[in-house]
Ligand binder design. Structure first.
Ligand code: ADP
Length: 643
């Protein structure tokens, strides 16, 4: 029987992740019950230390990439977007309200304030937000600069004072973005998301009323009208994205351009940090992008959340977040990685050694077994265990020494362990392996052989492949890991994972989206629930489940996994541009082209739909993508000529 996968939660949360993984048959890691490395996924709301990235074993994944604070901290995001605006033009990077980081930018703010006041009079509004707080804490809106009072680092932004309203209620969108890899950049956006409403009607004459101006659940759930049935919005303060799509349809709004603009915002924002995020193939990240739409249908980026809230407050949360996490796990493509973990432990005598007492023969057993044994001994015999053979845990040693030795031992243990583990893999020609992974372009013939050999053991897209490559080609450590400074907590602040406490579910009566999702099937994996992606045709479009390999040997990640739609790379030019050193210029050119073509040629190309779909079915298109956003996402090739 296949062994279970093991998850590890920091501080015992979030509960939703536990629930989804247990439902899928995973086991929870318990401190002291398992070996320190005996897990497949470590999930935490805050940042991991550099050492935790460095010590990752091939079957282990973390739910954060290193060094992403460049977009998840409000001031860093403002700074990075400013830099990109200077490099690539303000026309492209015009999706975020002008921001000033105070106190440093105070003079610039004052100049802008005075300029606007002269040209526009008093109708300009500003919003002030502490840089390292989340969940709406410390935020206020002002019109007159004399009302700007702050005692910590803040950003002051132009307040979008003409938001799109639904029955006079302000709302924003929470878009879930998964960066499966920064190198090469691989991005998926989830089809479901949340629409978060303010709970009092929008009114610019009451800037102090946060229930009318902020859309944070953590604020609105304490509002007097939270549970009231509000016109069109209903009870509570959230919709699913499906319900929002219905709303757009009912208003006869052409949503395609809106979705594509949001899509562009996500890509352009990630481009600000992608070239500088260290490669860490065993990491994945779920970001929460907050988007506000104004009354001209222009989407604005408000912020990027590091650990989007996974608490379940209402039916919309349950519908969206459960599916989201389940799809995220599918996206990680765990299948065969687990057996590597299990087999490695069995090979090392791990299980047997758990039940051994101290014995002279232990001197020759692999290092891992020693450590496990040490723990067992320690548990069994308390402070006076067999300390002569295992000085690491000698309670008479001083703490510093123990810690130092522990680190050394852990490192050598892991090297020995990984080396031993590698020894059981089939021989790998690194050039071929690189070719198979799209890093070096090689002949197709050699690639196929390597793919087959590896896939037998690792599965076609297991990151384990990449880990092995990395540790073989760079056994010491990656250069970025030489910097042993750990990520400071303060580097990452927009994590709203504790946004709200779970509370009594609101009635889902008005939530038309509840009929749209097929929740009970989620645990079965994404293969069961691939929808018909082309609403205009009865013919099914072929979707490669495991991704494909293009003619030049580059691996194309799957088009969609569950409700996650691949949004980057979106054509062969962006695939090529992201393979080695990310070529931001080319990516931006392609985004331009795509958006331009979407805008101008929708009608013309719509007539070609049938032809394009047929082309795809016949397999003539080597690389296509879906347009994220619409309920049944169309293929991009219907609108865009792939390069
Ligand atoms: P936090 O991290 O505290 O949630 P946000 O930047 O997301 O901070 O702001 C909280 C809320 O304030 C948003 O959800 C939105 O409703 C409102 N908001 C923030 N910035 C703006 C802005 N520039 N214009 C209009 N509304 C804004």
């Amino acid at each position: 029987m296949a062994a279970s996968l093991v998850f590890r939660l920091h501080d015992r949360g979030p509960e939703l992740v536990r629930e989804v993984l247990l439902e899928r048959g995973w086991e929870e890691y318990e401190e002291g019950e398992r070996e320190e490395e005996d897990w497949n996924l470590y999930w935490r709301g805050s940042a991991f230390r550099n050492s935790e990235y460095h010590n990752l074993l091939p079957w282990q994944r973390l739910n954060h990439h290193p060094k992403t604070a460049g977009i998840t901290r409000k001031d860093c995001l403002a700074r990075n977007l400013r830099r990109m605006r200077a490099t690539f033009g303000s026309a492209l990077y015009d999706f975020s309200p002008t921001a000033f980081i105070l106190p440093n930018d105070y003079t610039r703010l004052l100049a802008e304030y005075n300029k606007l006041r002269l040209t526009r009079g008093l109708s300009v509004y500003w919003i002030c937000k502490p840089v390292d707080l989340s969940r709406g804490r410390g935020i206020f809106i002002f019109e007159d600069i004399k009302d700007l009072v702050y005692d910590c680092s803040v950003i002051v932004q132009r307040y979008i004072s003409n938001p799109l309203l639904i029955s006079s209620y302000k709302f924003d969108l929470r878009i879930y973005v998964c960066v499966k890899s920064f190198n090469p950049l691989t991005v998926y956006i989830h089809q479901e998301g949340l629409v978060r409403f303010a709970t009092e009607k929008y009114n610019l004459s009451s800037l102090h009323n946060l229930y009318a101006h902020l859309t944070n659940t953590s604020i609105n759930k304490f509002g007097p009208f939270y549970k009231t049935e509000k016109e069109r919005v209903g009870q509570g303060c959230k919709w699913t994205m499906s319900k929002f799509r219905h709303f757009l349809h009912s208003q006869d709004i052409n949503e395609l351009l809106l979705w594509q603009r949001i899509n562009n915002i996500v890509t352009l924002t990630l481009l600000t940090i992608a070239p500088s995020v260290p490669s860490c193939p065993n990491c994945v990240e779920l970001f929460g992008f907050d988007i506000l739409i104004d009354n001209k249908f222009k989407p604005w980026l408000l912020e990027v959340n590091y650990s989007p809230a996974l608490t379940l407050d209402c039916q919309a949360d349950i519908t969206v977040k459960k599916g989201l996490i389940s799809d995220l796990i599918d996206l990680m493509n765990y299948t065969l990685t687990d057996s590597l973990r299990e087999r490695a432990y069995q090979r090392q005598g791990y299980r047997q050694s758990c039940f051994h007492t101290n014995h002279p023969s232990h001197v020759s057993i692999p290092v891992l077994s020693k450590v496990k044994e040490t723990k067992v001994q320690k548990r069994r015999s308390g402070s006076q265990s067999q300390t002569q053979t295992l000085p690491l845990f000698n309670p008479r040693n001083n703490h510093e020494k123990i810690n130092h030795e522990k680190i050394n031992q852990r490192q050598s243990r892991q090297h020995a362990f990984v080396a031993d583990y590698r020894g059981h893999l089939p021989p790998v020609d690194l050039n071929k392996l690189y070719a198979a992974r799209g890093r070096i372009i090689n002949t197709t013939a050699t690639k196929i052989h390597t793919d087959k050999t590896l896939n037998l053991i690792l599965g076609p897209h297991s990151r384990t492949n990449e880990s092995v490559v990395n540790s073989q080609t760079c056994p010491a450590r990656a250069p970025w890991l030489m910097d042993n400074r750990s990520l400071r907590m303060s580097e990452v602040t927009n994590h709203d994972d504790t946004e709200t406490e779970a509370e009594t579910e609101l009635s889902g009566k008005t939530d038309i989206s509840s009929s749209i999702h097929d929740l009970p099937q989620r645990g079965l994996g994404f293969r069961q629930k691939l929808p018909n992606i082309y609403s205009g045709s009865q013919r099914p479009v072929r979707i490669p489940l495991e991704g494909t390999t293009a003619m030049n040997g580059q691996h194309i990640p799957p088009l969609r996994v569950g409700d996650f739609i691949r949004t980057f790379p979106f054509n062969s030019a962006t695939l090529r541009a992201s393979q080695h050193k990310l070529d931001v210029k080319i990516v931006i050119q392609e985004l331009h082209k795509l958006t331009g073509q979407l805008a101008t040629s929708m009608d013309k190309l719509r007539r070609k739909e049938e032809e394009e779909v047929r082309k795809n079915i016949d397999g003539e298109e080597e690389f296509d993508s879906l347009l994220w956003g619409p309920k049944d996402p169309p293929l991009l090739s219907q609108y865009f000529k792939p390069t």
